[in-house]
Design a protein around this ligand. Structure first.
Ligand SMILES: O=C(O)C1=C[C@@H](OP(=O)(O)O)[C@@H](O)[C@H](O)C1
Ligand SMILES: C=C(OP(=O)(O)O)C(=O)O
Length: 443
């Protein structure tokens, strides 16, 4: 599907979809338990891959009404799957489930789509190997397809923290049901630390304890500055009253808030609901927009963020903790006056596509002036004048949604190709954007 977007004047209220990160963890944590009901799960392609994995390990996942999943777990003891697990486009699924597979007393094969089969899994495979598990890339290049053969008893292991925090999340979730528990020693700084906080929060809600070691907790992020993590073994996953509720997704909200800041009509506001505070680092989008001069307010009690059309100016922002915001910030930078400097973004190259390069290339097609370095992306807003063009979505939901936001202010028509990939995290994105007044058509 291609989407055509024209300059628009937005206004109105929209609800953010449920959090993808919390949904993955809740479904898998319910899998590790003997059963739980997950309310308000995100119904999109990536969490469905995690559902399939839970089923492959012997759990069941059934819809319970419109807004819940009833999950019967494998109670800490995953069965050996009777087929390959297809993680599709979902890095979170592949990493979290690789560690689950290590618990099974037999072999599991994991694969995914072209994008996922090009993403790094080596550090997790190495850690599992050091813990006595057979953990191999079939091509020997640290990428899927993967073959994992347990069982994993636990132990102490060193792992880098600067490729993906999902390795840490995976080992903590699985470590809780090992005999010995797992102690992780980080060999580098931890990137994407708030995602480990999300894991710790979900574990706690399922009655499981895991702790950072030596963390500084900078900026309210529990895992920030950690030297390592520890999770004791023989724990039982069991949420209070057998229930878990998923909060709204701030990465998804970032597109709606950016859209409101660049394209709300005169005297209009865009209000985003479902914005209850949680461990999501991507709630930083509110501060980032504020620092760029947007007229934005977050009522945390009501879970509502309100933004109106604003003249934006450039900012300098590090995305070490918030890699998924890079495409949104890049688009904002192309609309703002002055330079927007996005620092500490090297790990954003390991996502569904190399998002640093993808955003540089596609924003340039729209008329933006961009300087791309290995770990820094600078958008020269004052030298940018956006006009419609055909841009590529790279089969990457975040690139697609960010380019669509640019299309709301680029002169003429902007076409984003392959736009159906929003189904990974925000399946009704274009319906929501359209309900806010965006001029768009799909074919
Ligand atoms: O654990 C998670 O839910 C995620 C962690 C982040 O990845 P990395 O830890 O690989 O940076 C983030 O980019 C991804 O979208 C979701
Ligand atoms: C990188 C992402 O997810 P995953 O790692 O699960 O593919 C994302 O949603 O931007």
């Amino acid at each position: 599907m291609d989407v055509h977007i024209s300059p628009s004047a937005l206004g109105g209220t929209a609800r953010a979809p449920p959090s993808k990160s919390y949904t993955h963890r809740a479904i898998l944590a319910a899998g590790y338990s003997d059963g739980a009901t997950v309310y308000d799960p995100l119904d999109s392609a990536d969490p469905r891959a995690t559902q399939r994995a839970v089923e492959a390990f012997g759990g069941t996942v059934e819809a319970a009404g419109d807004d819940a999943l009833e999950i019967t777990g494998f109670d800490g003891v995953p069965e050996v799957p009777d087929n390959v697990i297809d993680c599709a486009n979902s890095g979170t699924t592949m990493r979290l489930v690789t560690a689950t597979a290590a618990l099974a007393d037999g072999g599991t094969v994991l694969t995914g789509d072209d994008s996922l089969r090009s993403r790094p899994q080596g550090p997790l495979l190495d850690a599992l190997t050091d813990l006595g598990v057979r953990a191999e890339s079939t091509r020997g290049n640290g990428q899927a397809p993967l073959v994992i053969e347990g069982p994993l008893a636990g132990g102490t292991v060193a792992i880098p923290g600067d490729v993906s925090s999902q390795y840490i999340s995976a080992l903590l979730m699985a470590g809780a049901v090992t005999e010995e528990g797992i102690e992780l020693e980080l060999t580098t700084d931890l990137k994407s630390a708030p995602y480990v906080d999300i894991t710790l929060e979900v574990l706690e809600d399922f009655g499981v304890t895991a702790e950072p070691v030596g963390a500084t907790g900078t900026g309210g992020v529990r895992s920030a500055g950690a030297d390592g993590f520890v999770v004791e073994g023989n724990q039982t996953y069991a949420p209070e009253d057998g229930e878990y509720h998923v909060p709204g997704d701030f990465s998804s909200m970032s597109y709606l808030l950016a859209a409101g800041a660049v394209a709300a009509g005169d005297g209009e506001e865009v209000v985003v609901e479902g914005a209850q505070p949680s461990a999501q680092g991507d709630s930083a989008i509110v501060e980032i927009l504020d620092s760029m001069g947007a007229d934005i307010a977050w009522d945390k009690d009501a879970g509502e963020i309100t933004v109106s059309g604003s003249s934006l100016s450039g900012t300098t922002v590090g995305v070490g903790d918030t890699p998924d915001l890079l495409p949104t910030i890049a688009t904002l930078g192309a609309v703002a006056e002055g330079d927007t400097v996005i620092e500490n973004c090297e790990h954003v190259r390991f996502k569904e596509t190399d998002r640093v390069s993808a955003m540089a290339t596609e924003l340039e097609k729209l008329g933006a002036s961009v300087t791309e370095e290995q770990a820094t992306l600078t958008i020269h807003g004052s030298d940018s004048s956006l006009s419609g063009a055909t841009v590529e979505g790279y089969h990457d939901h975040r690139v697609i949604m960010s380019l669509a936001v640019a299309g709301l202010v680029a002169d003429g028509t902007t076409t984003v190709t392959g736009a159906d990939h929003v189904d990974v995290s925000f399946p009704n994105f274009f319906e929501v954007l359209s309900s806010l007044g965006a001029e768009l058509s799909r074919e």
